[in-house]
Design a protein around this ligand. Structure first.
Ligand code: AMP
Ligand code: MG
Length: 326
């Protein structure tokens, strides 16, 4: 049965959402990346409600969603040329910019940082909601902290059964979180790889600092949420180079396999659940969370993943596996 909190984003659904948001309550909505758990970004009480429902640690800052670049700019103390250039080129879309926070934006939304992360989402339901409520919305992914991000309304309710309302926008088109770029101090710097390719950003602004992967401290401080296990299913994730017999024998069943080689299905025994995803990084990323949700639901204890290829195009996918396996 369909959970009762899931509503169609028509005039009536949007008006229920607006009532919640204006009353400092939360409400989940679709974006082109993943579903967000939204709250009035200008209200410390509403922001607290997001942290509480997710069980999110108070040091992990939220991304603020704005209706357009003008609203985004009003939340920033300064708007560097790089922000203007990237906003003009990629908004609305899956790019989050970290800029200096304006004084009227509660520090709570940024976990006390003098910066704030902002994005203008492209999804028509997210746009309609931002327009109807006339507020900037702080919205992290609508899942329990550290869990898998939701790419459907049903995923949201399964992870957060207490959520008062989810606007149903169907499956998220991109399926991976936004790319986060810090433009608050000089050369733009990648803080989190995501749905927007690094190559596209570099082509737009000429330079992009991409810190070494897995390098601990300086990056962890600049982007607090990146330092830990995250995006993880219940099952244990193991990356493998291929699915030969010795490898399969070492893995604990019930086993799930996640791969982008259709021929890998042949090696699995009948009890093994196999998910075959597209072999290009965008297609793979779009299906990734839905496939992990399905494997988790059928109760596998190990998910063996064919290690994604090297190369910058697969950066975001590799990042999610590294942290899911942490
Ligand atoms: P999400 O969990 O998808 O909402 O992503 C939020 C992530 O964006 C955080 O975990 C950080 O990695 C990054 N982020 C948000 N705000 C800031 C900020 N002010 N400075 C640096 N990184 C940020
Ligand atoms: Mg998240």
């Amino acid at each position: 049965m369909r959970p009762s909190q899931i509503v169609v984003p028509d005039t009536e659904g949007l008006s229920q959402a607006v009532t919640l948001l204006k009353g400092d309550k939360v409400c989940a909505f679709p974006t082109e990346t993943v579903y967000g758990l939204g709250a009035n970004a200008l209200s410390a009480a509403a922001i607290s409600a997001v942290y509480q429902l997710k069980g999110r640690p108070s040091w992990n800052p939220l991304i603020v969603h704005a209706r357009n670049a003008d609203m985004a700019r009003s939340l920033a103390a300064t708007w560097p040329d790089e922000a203007a250039e990237l906003a003009q080129r990629f908004w609305p879309g899956p790019l989050t910019l970290v800029v200096e926070r304006a004084a009227h934006v509660p520090a709570h939304v940024s976990a006390g940082s003098p910066t704030v992360a902002i994005r203008v989402p492209a999804h028509p339901v997210a746009q309609a909601l931002l327009e109807a409520c006339e507020l900037p919305l702080a919205a992290p992914s609508a899942n329990r902290s550290e869990g898998l991000s939701p790419t459907s309304a049903e995923h949201v309710v399964r992870s957060l059964p207490e959520v008062p309302l989810v606007l149903d926008g169907g499956r998220c088109r991109l399926g991976l979180e936004s790319t986060v770029v810090d433009v608050s101090c000089g050369t733009p710097r990648l803080l989190r790889p995501g749905a927007l390719a690094v190559a596209d950003i570099r082509a737009a602004v000429g330079v992009l600092d991409v810190p070494g992967h897995g390098s601990a401290h300086p990056e962890a401080v600049r982007s607090p949420g990146m330092s830990k296990r995250h995006y993880a299913p219940r099952a244990r994730i193991v990356l493998v180079a291929d699915f030969d017999k010795p490898t399969l024998q070492q893995l604990r069943s019930p086993l799930g396999i996640l791969t982008y080689h259709p021929s890998d299905a042949a090696v699995a025994d009948p009890d093994t659940r196999v998910e075959i995803l597209p072999a290009d990084p965008q297609g793979f990323g779009a299906e990734l969370y839905a496939a992990l949700h399905r494997l988790d639901e059928c109760g596998v204890s190990t998910i063996a993943v064919l290690a994604p290829p090297a190369g910058e195009g697969w950066l975001a996918v590799r990042d999610r596996f590294d942290r899911a396996a942490a």
